[in-house]
Design a protein around this ligand. Sequence first.
Ligand code: SAM
Length: 324
Amino acid sequence: MGKASKDKRDIYYRKAKEEGWRARSAFKLLQIDEEFDIFRGVKRAVDLCAAPGSWSQVLSRKLYVPAKSSTESRDGDLPLIVAIDLQPMAPIDGVIQVQGDITNARTAEVVIKHFDGCKADLVVCDGAPDVTGLHDMDEFVQSQLILAALTIVTHVLRVGGKFVAKIFRGKDTSLLYSQLKLFFPYVTFAKPKSSRNSSIEAFAVCENYSPPEGFNQKDLYHLLEKVGTPCGSDNLDCSSGWLEGANKVYIPFLACGDLNGYDSDRSYPLPSSADGSSYQSLDPVQPPIAPPYKTAIELKKASSHEYLRGATSKVQPLAEAFRR
Ligand code: SAM
């Protein structure tokens, strides 16, 4: 797909470049905020799985930039934003970056250190493993990432705080919902308008963090197992009957973002410029600085050069023979 054609088919991709966002995902967080007011009163935030950084940009623009420009703010009062990803990302105003794996306990320790004894008001996680296209597998790996995020949440989120996490809807959605409900009285699965209908992604918006009384972080997995293990329906503890009858779990599911706003599944005509010149597609705001596919591209380039060299060496003698 050419750049202009992508601009036409994906309005949020085009708008992201126009508004200076590194990725179209920025609109998902903004639309979640429109519905749930997630930034209200937030002074400390964690962005898990943050690269290339559009959610961190949203946090920076919503929390850090206004505080910085306010004359009353002194340095000590400025919001603290910590972003973590396996990949490095280009700097963002007011965002501390940590390169690491969120499933690794050491990464959680680094994040906690940055908070220096204080707790976060908001944790967001847009983590996604490399999608294989095998839905069950993708959903399983995604749920593991959410559980890793939940582990960090239990260490850094203050009581009453909020957690927003990307989920993949599938057969374990109600299990995940029940697990999150152990820690949050309000859990809603939201689908922002900028998230394509064809995508199984949605976002769990969890409000008012309230861990069970006497909860010890070391017992997290034990506690979750009481509800069930992802993709392990055989192990479900159904004694409470939460899957059946009157106790069946009904998950609040909400479409969010202006319903009259842009539809991510529609193509929109490209604007023509005032002077009548043809449409110029903008370059991405900030390409990833070390994407995992970089090595693959280099290997592909090297092998196609090799292939061309091999093909040339085969064609040249033939051309010579014809010439003779
Ligand atoms: N929210 C980001 C934005 O707005 O720019 C986009 C996030 S992207 C969809 C998913 C990210 O999850 C990738 O950058 C990937 O490196 C990261 N990721 C996947 N598994 C991870 C892990 N175990 N630890 C840290 N980051 C991870």
